[in-house]
Ligand binder design. Structure first.
Ligand code: SF4
Length: 392
């Protein structure tokens, strides 16, 4: 009997929507697409509730309308009225599944909890323990393996596992681990990615990162950088969530003023490295296997790293804004307080993820830039890592 392998983050079973307690409900800020079957049901609804439901839908676009940025079916107590009146089984597919998402790679299905949900970000990114991926097998009457090179997929998963080991080698500073994962992605791509050499190389990196020889390589590559990557690509993205334009403008303004780099020089890096380790590991989990379809491992690694760098710097920008609002005369300029600091970081992760992971066109724009723009070369990305997390 054909066997299907399932991968999912260990937090999967513990995830519960926190409903009215959610700091960034998924029922506001964007317009939710409705699948055909649910739309059919909503059209037929009777009584006052049926009329209200019909008027909440933009039938031409088959999406819920937006009322002051919120789904019209979101009640005053921040719960979904469809859920309350009709039960979970009658919510549209997007709402029923969210934040769960499945990627199919033939005989392997990988299940993702999207970090655009604050509760997912809290459980996965903010957890001090390393990301753990669970593997399970299920018998199926048939498994569609068409279009997937299983040997290549196997190599990608092996390389990803070695990247996780490098990321969680906590004896080393985070900047060095991120640079090592990036360089490994580039070198694996150079050797073709789909043969044994890729896996041997990944094993070699795990030892090599502890040597002075690797230090030397980092410095010599970094010396060829000029100014880091070009942030203008972020302005070419479509706006998915309303918070994005403001956060982006502020981030780029502070970057241009040199304040973000100065902040790292001042605090010598982050006390919360585990957040970035987890974010990088999780983005590798989400993006890397997709290389089985386009052969581009390096761009997927760059996309994961780019995401970590942008979240990190948006968060620093938010810290600067918060410090400026409070009384800077009796507080350290960059000092922050719990729980605002925690919520702010969560917000950066979720807004970024809503912008990127929920828009195919934004993903395409970024992948294209990362692949073709010389501003995203190994040297420029090394430079960015050193600006965001301290020099090598
Ligand atoms: S974003 Fe997540 S926790 Fe918040 S309402 Fe949606 S599913 Fe629930």
């Amino acid at each position: 009997m054909p066997v299907l392998t399932l991968h999912y983050p260990s937090a999967y079973g513990r995830f519960r929507c926190v409903g009215a307690q959610c700091p960034m409900t998924c029922c506001a800020g964007w317009r939710i697409a409705i699948d055909k079957a649910s739309a059919k049901k909503y059209r037929r609804g009777g009584g006052a509730f049926g009329r209200r439901l019909r008027s909440a839908v933009d039938w031409r676009e088959r999406r819920f309308k937006s009322e002051n940025g919120r789904c019209p079916m979101l009640s005053e107590d921040l719960l979904c009225d469809i859920y309350k009146q009709m039960g979970e089984e009658n919510m549209c597919r997007t709402c029923r599944n969210y934040p769960r998402h499945r990627e199919d790679y033939g005989a392997l299905h990988e299940i993702v909890l999207l970090p655009s949900c604050p509760e997912v970000a809290r459980r996965i990114v903010m957890a001090p323990e390393p990301l753990k991926i669970v593997s399970a097998q299920r018998n199926r009457s048939s498994v569609d393996v068409a279009g997937v090179d299983h040997q290549f997929l196997h190599n990608i998963l092996s390389v990803r596992a070695h990247m996780f080991h490098i990321l969680y080698a906590r004896k080393l500073p985070l900047n060095r681990r991120l640079a090592a994962v990036l360089a490994l992605g580039r070198d694996v791509q150079r050797c073709g990615g789909n043969d044994e050499r890729a896996v041997r190389l990944a094993k070699h990196y795990e030892q090599w990162i502890f040597t002075s020889n690797f230090d030397h390589r980092l410095r010599s590559v970094g010396e060829n950088a000029s100014a880091g990557f070009d942030r203008n690509v972020l302005f070419s993205l479509e706006t998915v969530v309303p918070q994005w334009p403001g956060m982006l403008t502020e981030y780029v303004r502070l970057w241009q003023s040199g304040k973000l780099g100065a902040m790292v020089a001042k605090d010598g890096g982050s006390m919360d490295d585990y957040r970035y380790e987890n974010l990088m590991a999780y983005y590798l989990y989400m993006y890397l296997p997709g290389a089985v379809y386009d052969g581009d491992i390096y761009t997927k690694v760059r996309l994961a790293l780019f995401s970590v760098l942008v979240v990190r710097q948006m968060y620093q920008a938010a810290q600067i804004r918060m410090a400026a609002k409070e009384q800077p005369e009796d507080r350290n300029e960059y000092e922050t307080k719990e729980p605002e600091e925690y919520e702010m970081f969560l917000q950066c992760v979720c807004v970024y993820s809503r912008q990127i992971d929920h828009s195919d066109s934004n993903l395409e724009i970024l992948e294209d830039a990362l692949c073709h723009n010389p501003g995203f070369s190994l040297a420029e990305l090394f430079y960015e890592i050193s600006v965001a997390f301290g020099g090598f």
